[in-house]
Design a protein around this ligand. Structure first.
Ligand code: 5AD
Ligand code: SF4
Length: 439
């Protein structure tokens, strides 16, 4: 048998890219590739790129430039660009950086094996179509390799919301949901391979409407089906849009035993004027009422969110409204970003906020978020949580896992193994994690 070829994948951006990189590695596994952790000994380098913010394309070009020496030493080395920058830039990538052999958009990954073969024949391969066929079905994994205790599973992709700042509807395309039976089968397969917790992924995951046995299913219905999968202990989902939180999904947070008490529900801004300009089609008030209802269903739920500061024409008053909303919700985690112009999106044409003003607002918002995060984490001390252990910690004898609220928790001097789900009493709250003792 010939030596396996080596594949180096570098993943940028969101969890869906992490999932996609795994699928691409499996697809190329069928072509005789095994993964390597270093680009230096790779026969193929793939950059799985993200286009959501600032100068993404420029970063990819500079990263590609660094492979010049490697390619000169090893003419057989193939270099590919995947993900949302590949989709957005297309052929331009090969024009600007001739060492690139392959450009593949997120909807065409199942065609990678043919594309790879084409590059081996000395040709360039480009595919940024939005094909009809189900790429996930074609990307079926090979023999049942063992997996860690947690996994991502894409159930929905793309977005029809067209928020004025966002490239996702252009790079990932229109909203598409996978049929429920395929998702259940994939979940069962993951569980057989050792997975205990599955995070359902979608750019608009709660808009899920995949085909089920009796017509289209909602995300809540899908979660209830997954709740029946033996051996699966925990279900999470991300990312949700406030307008797609239906009653059944809210209720499931109170009644579905495997659904974890954590919800990532981005609001982006607390100002109705800004929300309107962002084309978000919800208000600060409707968002706050929604959270109230979710907390009625599940009082201990930990909320997480995304914010953009310095959106075009954002005033001090608008920004204050964001601070007020954050103060009211108190997020356990929140991600805040300075607005970054995305060419081709509606907001790109509008009057921009000065960089220094946006910087200052971002700092203030992040300070508030960090304070809340810390308060919530500190309040866990003395409580008992359940921890799904994932891997050894930094100190000898330590194991780390995640609580139901997604806090990292470590324990020492125990016999726990990765995949164990154990009750832990929290005794300490550190910078980014909690410490505790097994009960
Ligand atoms: N500028 C800044 N942040 C953005 N996001 C999306 N597009 C932009 C942009 N143009 C943020 C949003 C989204 C998260 C994934 O990234 O907050 O929820
Ligand atoms: Fe982008 Fe999310 Fe808005 Fe869709 S809902 S356009 S993915 S920010």
């Amino acid at each position: 048998m010939s030596e396996p070829k080596k594949l180096f994948i570098k993943t940028y951006g969101c969890q869906m890219n992490v999932y996609d990189s795994e699928r691409m590695a499996e697809a190329l596994g069928g072509q005789g590739y095994v993964e390597t952790k270093s680009p230096d000994d790779a026969d193929m380098i793939l950059l799985n790129t993200c286009h959501i913010r600032e100068k993404a394309a420029e970063k990819v070009y500079s990263e590609l430039g660094r492979f010049k020496g490697l390619k000169a030493e090893k003419p057989d080395l193939k270099i590919g660009v995947a993900g949302c920058v590949a989709q957005a830039e297309g052929e331009e990538i090969m024009r600007r950086q001739p060492l690139v052999d392959l450009v593949v958009g997120p909807q065409s990954y199942h065609r990678l094996p043919e594309m790879e073969a084409k590059t081996r024949g000395g040709e360039k391969a480009l595919d940024t179509d939005f094909p009809e066929e189900d790429k996930f079905e074609k990307l079926k994994s090979r023999p049942k390799a063992k997996r860690g205790p947690t996994a991502f599973l894409t159930v929905q992709e793309g977005c029809d919301k067209f928020c004025a700042f966002c490239v996702v509807p252009y790079t990932r395309g229109a909203e598409v949901s996978r049929p429920a039976d395929r998702i259940i089968r994939e979940a069962q397969d993951l569980v057989e391979r050792g997975v205990r917790e599955i995070t359902l992924l979608g750019q608009n995951v709660n808009a899920y409407h995949g085909a089920g046995p009796d017509g289209d299913m909602t995300l809540a219905a899908l979660i209830w089906e997954l709740n029946k999968v033996d051996g699966l202990e925990r279900i999470r989902f991300t990312t949700s849009h406030p307008n797609d939180m239906d009653d059944a999904l809210i209720e499931a947070h109170g009644t579905c035993d495997k659904l974890m008490p954590y919800l990532h529900l981005p609001v982006q801004s607390g100002s109705d004027r800004v929300l309107k300009r962002m084309n978000r089609s919800h208000t600060a008030e409707s968002y706050l009422r929604l959270i109230e209802r979710i907390r009625e269903a599940r009082p201990d739920i930990l909320m997480s969110g995304d914010f953009i500061v310095g959106f075009p024409e954002e005033t001090d008053e608008d920004f204050q409204a964001t601070l007020d909303l954050v103060e009211e919700v108190k997020y356990g985690y929140a991600y805040s970003f300075k607005y970054s112009t995305r060419p081709g999106t509606p907001a790109a044409e509008r009057p921009q906020v000065e960089a220094e003003v946006a910087d200052e607002r971002l700092q203030r918002l992040q300070a508030m978020i960090t304070r809340h995060q810390r308060e919530i984490q500190d309040a866990m001390v003395g409580q008992t949580v359940s921890v799904l252990f994932e891997k050894p910690g930094r100190q000898p004898g330590q194991m780390v896992g995640k609580s139901e609220y997604l806090h990292a928790v470590h324990v020492s001097d125990t016999d726990v193994e990765a995949g164990d789900l154990r009750k832990v009493k929290i005794t300490a709250s550190g910078a980014n994690s909690l410490g505790g003792a097994l009960i």
